[in-house]
Each structure stands twice: as C-alpha cells, then as structure tokens.
Design a protein around this ligand. Sequence first.
Ligand code: IMP
Ligand code: MG
Length: 180
Amino acid sequence: MTPQIRVLKTILEIQTRIGELGTEISRDYQEKDLVLIGILKGSIFFLTDLSHQIRAPLAIEFMRLSSYDGEIASSGVVQIISDITQTIENKDVLIVEDIIDTGRTAHFLIEYLKTKKPTSIKICSLLYKPSRNIIPVHIHYLGFEIPDVFVVGYGMDYRGRYRNLPFIGTLAGVSRDKSV
Ligand code: IMP
Ligand code: MG
C-alpha cells in the first residue's frame, strides 16, 4: 500500500524562506571565512539551494553521521561515518541540517567540531520540532518550526525513500525511524 503523503511546505514556501535565510547569512558572514558543513544525506537539497542564496565567499564540506537509539529510547548515540576533509581551524563554521528533533545530533556535532578549533560554530536548520527536543541547542538560522509529525521530502527520508520529493510532506501512520 502506498502511504499517504500530505504537503506541509510547498517548494515555493521553502525557497522563499531560504531566500530570507540567505540574506541574513550573507550579511553576518561578509568579513568571515565561512565553511558550510552539510550533514548527509538529509541536507543535500537545502545546502544546495541555501548556498545559491549566500553572497559571501564560502567553502563546502560534508559529514555523514549515523544515530542509533539504544535499548532505552533516551540513550541515542551518534557516530561519524565520514568526516570533513579540510581544516576548519580559524574558520567560521555553519552546520547545515535538515531537521533538529531531539537535538542529540546537533549537540554532538558542536562538541566534536569545537575540538577542531574553528573561530565560530553556528547552526542552520531547515526544520525544528520543539515538542521532541531533549537537548536544547541554539539554532541561529531556522527555516520553520513544525509540530511532532514525521516529515519526508526535500532531502528527508523514511527508510531511504522520498528524499527526491520537491516539497516537505508528512507521512501518515509512520512509526519513528532514526535514519540520518
Ligand atoms: P536528532 O538527533 O534527534 O535531533 O535527529 C536529527 C536527525 O534525525 C535529522 O538530521 C534527521 O536526519 C532525522 N529526523 C528527525 N526527525 C525526522 C523526520 O521527521 N523525518 C526524517 N528524518 C528525521
Ligand atoms: Mg539529518
């Protein structure tokens, strides 16, 4: 049976918001040495479209992470599958995420990247689910707050599928699945 997908944010709404975020980021990073770190795979379309809207010199790096829920739901552990390949020492890092849910991934990333001695680390996330947050993280640039629904599309998946949908949709009747 094909699951029912409802549109939560249209591509027009997404692009409009990304334009606004791009303007803010361009202004804030004019005199900086910006490195966007995209978290694979969910952030690929967001990072692509966002970078087109930034009028400031920048470099792009990627990390791939995996997060597993332990036996007890609250013991999520994040692992690095693939790391950045260039130094970020004395650079201004902007982590680009698809969605911040419990906050574990973002918290882990900040603590990990701090050890590489960048000048600054900020977070830009397309989505945030406040109702699910466990570890509070400051999201400096946020696309949209959303309710506690499972979303797919525009890079985000359910069991590896739906990343290609050109909108953000909600998947009805889905039990939570931690794929990053
Ligand atoms: P956190 O560590 O709980 O904040 O989880 C963040 C990661 O979980 C995101 O980067 C997503 O990859 C994944 N995730 C959380 N909620 C959703 C969702 O509703 N749809 C798809 N992926 C999600
Ligand atoms: Mg992710």
